[in-house]
Design a protein around this ligand. Structure first.
Ligand code: ADP
Ligand code: ASP
Ligand code: MG
Length: 406
């Protein structure tokens, strides 16, 4: 007997028939003698619809009320799945985040899970009942409902698996595993049997939305065995695991892209000690995460142009902050662009092999794609390019690193 957390994403619970399909999959695990907790997302499109209501109400809303609205999507699916399970003879009960409770911090809209009280769930599981838990939701310190950021049900599932000391956390989605790149962009993408926690973490944080970044961080920290698999087929899926569990390591295991990028350039900032702190200090105070940074000394030798990237959704706020600090920073001009994307190549093999970046630059130049900004870390190289070249770049890199399926 094993204890399993199964998570089903929006497409997998997209309508009543699909919820019945999920119930059958859950029943199969129960019939095999396992203890099962299920985490579900809202029906596909539902969270977008709810976010849309908030956006159309006003452009500066209270994040506590945003959470009150968007958390409702998951309430519907837990109830429906519990009904579907009961209908096929499986004892089941639904749980909202606050009922467990899943305690989070008070960062409404992007809350972090702090702890999960598993007392009641443990009792229910031991008595043979399936617990159907709403993903995405938590309970803040102020006793209000919080949500975990888009894609947060993955994190709910992994956190629950860690808290329940589950043997596995199976993430069921609309693709049958983690691929070398988004299979919707590159038809020749290959499914990986295994991927390391570290590579999965980079994939997620660099844009592959198949798992939320925090879910991978949590899996890595608590050593949760995560599998990504399809709710529509019986293919074996992808196991996220330690590096030493992978025999054939590839130099590059994946290409990721992110459209959620914007670029800001401060033109002619005076080049003196402390200037970077004066720019990035106020941005960090405003909770804006700056990503790639380049600084060029201008021709006059006294001033510098500074370019950096940030999430597209934070651009308007960042502009406000920088305009507010204009006198202190002292720049001549500020230019921005949202028509940019970040494309990254990822692989643990990079640690021990030179030339990975060079292959990337050559492949992009052969397609005439200009690179705006470059950043590297131990196991990835990222470039910022014009939005219109995104698909071309991902495909070219996928071929250049020999990742195309035969
Ligand atoms: P769910 O609703 O089940 O949480 P998501 O839409 O959040 O599903 O994530 C699954 C999607 O992630 C896939 O449909 C696919 O388009 C996208 N994706 C991006 N990169 C990858 C990748 N490397 N491997 C698999 N899927 C990927
Ligand atoms: N329903 C939420 C979203 O669409 C959480 C999730 O699906 O993971 O972002
Ligand atoms: Mg998701």
């Amino acid at each position: 007997m094993a204890r399993i957390v199964m998570k089903f994403g929006g497409t997998s619970v997209g309508d009543v028939d699909r919820i019945r399909n999920v119930a059958r999959r859950v029943k199969a695990e129960v019939d095999a003698g396992n203890e099962v907790a299920v985490v579900v997302s809202a029906m596909s499109g539902e969270t977008n619809r709810l976010v849309g209501f908030c956006d159309s109400m006003t452009n500066m809303y209270d994040a506590r009320e945003y959470d009150a609205v968007v958390a409702t999507g998951e309430q519907v699916t837990i109830g429906l799945l519990a009904i579907a399970l009961q209908d096929i003879g499986v004892e089941a009960r639904s749980w909202m985040g606050w009922q467990i409770p899943i305690h989070t911090d008070e960062a409404h809209g992007k809350a972090r899970i702090l702890s999960i009280d598993t007392t009641v769930l443990e009792q229910r599981l031991a008595s043979g009942q399936v617990a159907v838990v709403a993903g995405f939701q938590g309970l803040g310190p102020n006793n209000r409902v919080t949500t975990l950021g888009r894609g947060g049900s993955d994190t709910s599932a992994v956190a629950l698996a860690a808290a329940l000391k589950a043997d596995r956390c199976d993430i069921y989605t609309d693709v049958d595993g983690v691929y070398t790149t988004d299979p919707r962009i590159v038809p020749k993408a290959r499914k990986l049997d295994r991927i390391t926690y570290e590579e999965m973490l980079e994939q997620a944080s660099l844009g592959a939305k198949v798992l939320q970044t925090r879910s991978v961080e949590m899996a890595m920290k608590h050593r949760v065995r995560v599998r990504v698999l399809s709710s529509f087929s019986d293919a074996p899926g992808t196991l996220v695991c330690d590096e030493d569990e992978i025999v054939e390591k590839e130099l590059v295991s994946g290409i990721a892209y992110s459209r959620d990028e914007a670029k800001i350039t401060l033109v002619k900032v005076s080049d003196r000690p402390g200037v970077a702190a004066r720019i990035f200090g106020p941005l960090s105070d405003a909770n804006i995460n700056v990503d790639m940074i380049v600084q060029n000394v201008s021709e006059d030798g006294h001033s510098t142009d500074l370019t950096f990237t940030l999430p597209r959704s934070d651009l308007a706020r960042a502009l406000k902050v920088l305009e507010g600090a204009r006198d202190d920073i002292n720049y001549r001009e500020l230019t921005t662009s949202s028509a940019v994307v970040k494309v990254s190549v990822i692989g643990v093999g990079m640690r021990s092999h030179a030339g990975v970046a060079q292959t990337m630059f050559r492949a992009l130049s052969e397609k005439g794609i200009n690179i705006h900004v470059i950043s590297t870390s131990e196991i990835k190289v990222s470039v910022l390019i014009a939005e219109e070249y995104m698909e071309l770049a991902v495909r070219a890199l996928h071929s250049a690193y020999g990742l195309d399926a035969a």
